[in-house]
Write a protein that binds this ligand. Structure first.
Ligand code: AMP
Length: 183
C-alpha cells in the first residue's frame, strides 16, 4: 500500500504517521525528518535546505525530489510519504517515478485541522521552526503551495479527507477505517 499524508503544519501528521507505519508495516519517508537529519549532519543538501527551513519556506523542489528518489527504493512493501509532495511539481514528479515502478499511489489522506487549532498545537511543540513568525510563514507556504494538492488528488480520485480534531486515538481510528479499505 502506498499512502501520501497531506495536511498543514501542526495537524498531527508525525504522530499519526508513527501509528500507521507500526500497524501497517509501511516504510516511513518524512522529508522533514530527512532534511533535519541532513541539516544536522551538514551535508550539501542540509546546508542548502537550512536557510529555507529556518524561514518557514519550502525547500526547492529539485532538492526534495532528490531526497525522495534516493530513498524510495527501500519502500518495497509499501510506503507512507509524510510531508511529501508539498507542491504540484513534486506531485507530478512522484506520479512519474511511481508510474515507472508500476506502483501508483493507493490513497492520499488529507488531515484537516482548523487554523486556530494549528497555532495552538505548533506553539506548544517547541521545535526550532515553531516560533510565531516562522509558523505564520509555514502556514502561508501550506495555503499557497501545498493546498492545491487537495484539488490535484481529488481529480485523481484518491483523496480521502480525515477530520483531524479530537484525541490522537479518535483521529487514528478514522485513519484506520479508511486505510483498512486498501489493505
Ligand atoms: P515538516 O517536518 O514536514 O513540517 O517539514 C519541515 C520543513 O522542511 C518545512 O517547513 C520545509 O522547509 C521543509 N520540507 C519538508 N518537506 C518538504 C517538501 N516536500 N518540500 C519542500 N520543503 C519541505
Amino acid at each position: 500500500m502506498r499512502v501520501v499524508f497531506v495536511g498543514p503544519p501542526g495537524a498531527g501528521k508525525g504522530t499519526q504517521a508513527e501509528n500507521i507505519v507500526r500497524d501497517y508495516g509501511l516504510f516511513h519517508l518524512s522529508t522533514g525528518d530527512a532534511l533535519r537529519a541532513a541539516v544536522k549532519a551538514q551535508t550539501p543538501i542540509g546546508i542548502k535546505a537550512d536557510e529555507y527551513m529556518k524561514a518557514g519556506a519550502l525547500v526547492p523542489d529539485e532538492v526534495v525530489i532528490g531526497v525522495v528518489v534516493e530513498r524510495l527504493d527501500e519502500a518495497k512493501d509499501g510506503c507512507l510519504l509524510d510531508g511529501f509532495p508539498r507542491t504540484i511539481a513534486q506531485a507530478e514528479a512522484l506520479d512519474k517515478i511511481l508510474a515507472e515502478k508500476n506502483a501508483p499511489l493507493d490513497v492520499v489522506l488529507e488531515l484537516a485541522v482548523p487554523e486556530e487549532e494549528l497555532f495552538k498545537r505548533l506553539a506548544s511543540r517547541g521545535r526550532a521552526d515553531d516560533n510565531p513568525e516562522v509558523i505564520k510563514q509555514r502556514l502561508v507556504a501550506y495555503h499557497e503551495q501545498t493546498e492545491p494538492l487537495v484539488g490535484y488528488y481529488t481529480q485523481s480520485g484518491i483523496l480521502r479527507k480525515i477530520d483531524g480534531l479530537g484525541t490522537v486515538e479518535e483521529i487514528y481510528a478514522r485513519i484506520q477505517a479508511v486505510l483498512n479499505e486498501y489493505k
